[in-house]
Each structure stands twice: as structure tokens, then as C-alpha cells.
Design a binder for this molecule. Structure first.
Ligand code: GN1
Ligand code: MG
Length: 365
């Protein structure tokens, strides 16, 4: 069926009765497919919604995922009644999704906003750090047993390495020979990259409820004030480590280049952006963080860059089954970029540590 017809049909099931106009594909997500769908209301005014087709290859239990999102958004809404929120519409049967075959559709309000992939404005970066920190703080007393793991072992770096090694030995797409340099680097740093996972397993780092996909483009900003409006992409909200959220945010926002850049000579950690994000994040989280959590923040940035590199490269070796790609070498370019970033981070560990220490000492931590 033509996508126009499908989106019309789905919006009807979610009881949207306005006149359908057209849709725009939102290019940012690497896993789900997202469309902004435009309508005209009876009074002639325009109205848009977001329709997503959830990737059921990545998310094997989409019903459980929607249940997680319901619980978390409701919890946040009660704590912050006036705040902009994501609202998932219901069908006549009170379901927040519509399933047809492998397609799993959902529909939310469209929030007029701006998002950023690369940001140099330090106020915006600081605000994003505070928004993700606030998200953690809001959920710090949420009982994580109520949530399912939407992707089991999502940030279990040891398991990510196992999947990576399987992809190398199977060599399904016949690509191993061309990526030996990247493989060698990733295998060489394995123990360092798995340190946080080990600390979690031995109880040295506490499990919390985390977002697990803290790219700055998952923060919607007000176009007028540049203040954060709402955090989106709650598919991976589940038990995790605070450092996963911090490290993932830094590897994305504090890179001089976008995460799939081919300009490898420019790829690296921008310490000013790191400082701005860190100060915003810690302004919300320092109060409840443990000493070990604070100490592992610089490492977490390296860990998340390396872990994602193993995921991109494993997918490239498997023949690009998981991530949406926009051209054949996309996963390889993503890998090279994360590897270059991880290498640069290794040279800046002390700088990151100093920025964190300076901030903490101001609060007697
Ligand atoms: C995926 O689809 P998107 O862009 O929200 C991935 C993240 C990666 C990210 C890298 C469920 O997120 O883990 O960090 O790509 N999400 C999932 O851009 O695997
Ligand atoms: Mg995501």
C-alpha cells in the first residue's frame, strides 16, 4: 500500500478526523521510521501529528515498550504537571498502537520545536545537560522493577563485544578484510571499554532508570527561547547506569563533527562543549550521585563511543540489518568516526577529569 494511504488509514484508527494533506519523512532516527503528518482542521487551520513505525527487529516486545513509556511519561507528568509532554493517542479500543504484520504504528502530538545535531552555542549545550540531568532526577525514585528491558543488555558492553566477535568470525557480508584496522583498535581497548559493565555486575555502580539514547537531537528546544521543551525517544528508557546517559550525550554533542562524519581529521572531543554539558548535567544530578559514578564519568564517554563503534561495525559485517543506512558504507563511516572520537578521548581523559573535579569541589564533593 502507498505510504500516503497507509498513514491516512493509521491516523483514522487513532481517531484523527481532520482532512489529510501530506507527510514529511523525519530523517533523524536510525532505527524507527518517523513521519510528520499534516492535516487541515474543519476551521481551515493546519494541524500535524507524528506517526512512527517502530522497528520490531530492534524492539522485540513493542507492547512492553509502550507500557514502559506510558508509566514513565505518566510519572513525569505528575511531578511536572505544566511541562510539555509527549502524548500518545489511543485507538477506539484504548490501545496506544496499531499493528499490521511487522509494522507497529503509534501516533503522538507534534511539538513545534528545533533540534540540533551539532551545537556550538554553549548555553544550549548547558540547557541540554540540565534537561537530561533533570530527567534522571525525576526518575530517581521510580521503581525500576516496573519497567521491562526493551532491548535486553542494551548497554552491556561485554555482550556487545561478544556480538561483535561473532560478526567477525561469521563474516556474513565478506567485509572483514577491509576493516582490520578498526577491528584491531576495538579489540585492543576491550578491557577498558568493559570496565563499567564489570563495575555494575559487581555492584560498584548502581542501577537507575535511564534514558539510554541521550543524543542532543532527542531534546526538543523552543524555537523562541532555546530552552528545552521535552525529551523524546523514550523507547530505551529502562534500568541502566547514569554514566550511560552522560557518556552517550557527550560522544554525540561534544564531537566537533556529526556522528557519521567522513572528515576524520576534524573528529574529536570539544572540551568547551564537554564543560557546558557537564555543568548542566551535574547541576541536576550531583546531589544524588555516588563517588564511583562521578569518578567514572570521563571513562563513560570513551565507553559509549567504543560500544557504539562495535555495534555499527558488527552491523556492517552482518550486512546492515539493524541500523537504517542512507548509503552502502554508512555503518562503516559511522564506525570510523566513533573510533576516531574514542582515540581523541583517550588523550583528553585528564582534561575531562579536571573539569569535573573543578565543578564538584565547588560543592564540597
Ligand atoms: C539509534 O534510532 P536512534 O537514532 O534513536 C540506537 C542508539 C544509537 C543511535 C546512534 C534502539 O538511535 O542506541 O546510539 O542510533 N537506538 C537503538 O545514532 O538501537
Ligand atoms: Mg533512539
Amino acid at each position: 500500500m502507498d505510504l500516503n494511504n497507509k498513514l491516512q488509514e493509521v491516523s483514522k484508527l487513532f481517531r484523527i478526523e481532520h482532512k489529510y494533506v501530506d507527510y514529511e519523512t523525519i530523517q533523524v532516527g536510525n532505527v524507527n521510521k518517523t513521519y510528520k503528518v499534516n492535516f487541515i482542521r474543519a476551521d481551515g487551520s493546519p494541524k500535524s501529528y507524528l506517526i512512527q513505525n517502530v522497528n520490531t527487529y530492534a524492539f522485540r516486545n513493542p507492547e512492553g515498550l509502550m507500557d514502559n513509556i506510558d508509566k514513565v511519561t505518566e510519572y513525569i507528568r505528575k511531578k511536572k504537571p505544566g511541562q510539555t509532554a509527549l502524548h500518545f493517542h489511543h485507538t477506539a479500543e484504548r490501545s496506544t498502537y496499531v499493528q499490521d504484520g511487522e509494522n507497529f504504528w503509534r501516533l503522538t502530538n507534534y511539538v513545534p520545536s528545533v533540534t540540533y545535531n551539532v551545537v556550538n552555542d554553549l548555553d544550549i549545550v548547558h540547557n541540554a545537560g540540565a534537561a537530561f540531568g533533570d530527567f534522571q532526577r525525576c526518575l530517581s525514585d521510580f521503581n525500576s522493577n516496573e519497567l521491562i528491558e526493551t532491548i535486553p543488555d542494551f548497554h552491556n558492553t561485554r555482550q556487545r563485544y561478544e556480538q561483535f566477535c561473532t560478526a567477525i568470525s561469521e563474516d556474513k557480508a565478506g567485509r572483514v578484510a577491509e576493516v582490520q584496522e578498526e577491528i584491531d583498535f576495538l579489540l585492543a581497548v576491550k578491557e577498558q571499554a568493559c570496565k563499567m559493565t564489570d563495575m555494575q555486575l559487581t555492584g560498584k555502580l548502581p542501577l537507575r532508570v535511564t534514558h539510554n539514547d541521550t543524543k542532543i537531537n532527542n531534546v526538543l528546544f523552543s524555537p523562541d527561547t532555546n530552552k528545552p521543551l521535552v525529551i523524546i525517544d523514550l523507547d530505551t528508557v529502562m534500568p541502566g547506569l547514569l554514566g550511560h546517559d552522560f557518556g552517550d550525550a557527550i560522544r554525540f554533542a561534544a564531537n566537533y563533527e556529526e556522528e557519521d562524519s567522513k572528515n576524520l581529521e576534524n573528529v574529536g572531543l570539544n572540551l568547551e562543549v564537554f564543560r557546558a554539558f557537564t555543568e548542566g548535567f551535574l547541576s541536576e544530578t550531583l546531589e544524588f550521585m555516588t563517588k564511583e559514578e562521578i569518578e567514572t564519568l570521563p571513562l563513560s564517554c570513551f565507553v559509549l563511543a567504543v560500544e557504539l563503534a562495535t555495534r555499527f561495525l558488527a552491523d556492517y559485517l552482518n550486512g546492515d540489518l539493524y541500523f537504517n543506512i542512507r548509503y552502502p558504507e554508512h555503518n562503516l563511516d559511522r564506525t570510523k568516526c566513533q573510533v576516531a572520537l574514542a582515540k581523541d578521548m583517550l588523550t583528553k581523559m585528564n582534561d575531562m577529569e579536571k573539569i569535573i573535579c573543578d565543578y564538584c569541589s565547588g560543592f564540597g564533593k
